[in-house]
Write a protein that binds this ligand. Structure first.
Ligand code: 9MR
Length: 358
């Protein structure tokens, strides 16, 4: 279970007693003026508050360009206790030239998290996508690429040491059929690049929870089976793997992954944390009342699946509002995937998540 600096992490019984006492004192006029009376006590519970009562977090991705939108950052800072940079910690951003590191985008998000007393899921160290040109535009020998990879991982992880809760160390390593994706890392270094990456990251920050992370792994099937087999092997070899991230980019037209809970549970049994790391539920546009209701049911069900499995530590939305969703640009004609609409108004999905967390 993640720890957090938020006051609501105080064990519930103590908080309950303290809260009751405070309420009594306020009611008796002993402490606080009108502002105190109108403030904290009547503050509606946020998704983070509700999730924390289950020992879980509720998070959102965010991205640097959005941070000038104060209506957006107000909700981001209020509702969530975990944030993830959507792009700022990726290789193209952090090592734009070989050996030249730029952590400004990631730092901005870590600083924001600190200001809002949120934790950070850091994303991502080793991925075939969003790599810098210097890496993709030439051939590497195994020795060269191993050195490049180790240096990238350790420099970045060391930079954020003690500042992030978890790392998506390797992202999207498998194909849909459960074979290894033929990335530059796999082709040059073989499958051992995954264990090596985990070991290097662990050396650089022994306290960070280290994850493998992928999409289309929510249901039991060839791709999640491949992760299950790999995780089992890595655990048996003593490789520092702590969690499995299920991105959960779902689409109404493809059906709900009904084996999600069973799948989470089998990874838990391996001694791993699990997390839903990039949740969105897209639909074919236009969004109708019916589709939004179905979407709400899916958000409810995935939240409940996480709550039902002890080692499922939390849920992260892949940004919280349709205003900043990646979906319309990648899947033309689809969208409306998140619990807040483009005007930052909560949708049925938001209320369904709240209900699931109660
Ligand atoms: O949200 C990210 C978007 O802004 C980028 O353009 C995109 C590029 O592929 O990556 C998005 O995030 C991805 C994440 O890093 C890994 N899983 C899939 C996400 C959606 O593409």
């Amino acid at each position: 279970m993640p720890s957090t600096s938020r006051t609501s992490r105080i064990p519930r019984a103590r908080l309950g007693l303290a809260g009751a006492l405070a309420a009594l004192l306020v009611a008796a006029g002993a402490v606080g003026g009108p502002a105190a009376q109108a403030g904290e006590q009547h503050r509606p519970k946020t998704l983070a508050d509700l999730a924390q009562r289950h020992g879980r977090y509720f998070g959102s991705a965010t991205d640097n360009p959005e941070l000038t939108d104060t209506a957006y950052t107000t909700i981001l800072g209020r509702e969530f206790d975990m944030i993830t940079p959507g792009n700022g910690m990726k290789w193209y951003a952090t090592e734009p030239q070989q050996g030249v590191f730029d952590f400004s985008a990631g730092d901005e998000i870590v600083d924001l998290a600190r200001a809002n007393r949120q934790k950070v899921r850091a994303h991502t160290l080793v991925w075939h996508s969003q790599l810098p040109g210097w890496l993709t535009s030439r051939e590497w020998t195994a020795d060269e690429l191993r050195a490049v990879l180790k240096n990238h991982i350790q420099t970045e992880v060391r930079h954020y040491r003690g500042k992030v809760y978890a790392w998506d160390v390797v992202n999207e390593a498998f194909n849909e059929d459960g074979t290894y994706r033929e990335t530059v890392f796999y082709k040059t270094l073989g499958p051992g690049y995954i264990a090596d990456s985990l070991r290097w990251a662990h050396e650089a920050d022994p306290r960070a929870k280290l994850y493998l992370n992928d999409y289309n792994v929510e249901a039991v099937g060839p791709k999640s089976d491949a992760y299950y087999a790999l995780a089992k092997e890595l655990k048996a070899q003593g490789v520092p793997l702590h969690g499995f991230g299920l991105q959960a980019h779902l689409a109404l037209q493809y059906g709900y992954p009904t084996t999600l809970e069973e799948n989470l549970r089998r990874f838990s049994r391996l001694g791993l944390d699990t997390a839903l790391t990039e949740v969105d539920v897209r639909m074919l546009l236009p969004a109708t009342e019916e589709k939004l209701a179905q979407q709400a049911d899916w958000y409810r069900d995935l939240t409940k699946a996480c709550l039902a499995v002890r080692r499922c530590v939390g849920v992260t939305l892949w940004d919280y509002t349709d205003k900043y969703s990646w979906i319309p640009a990648f899947f033309p004609g689809q969208g409306a995937a998140l619990p807040w609409d483009e005007q930052l108004t909560p949708k049925p999905a938001y209320h369904a998540i709240r209900k699931a967390l109660k």
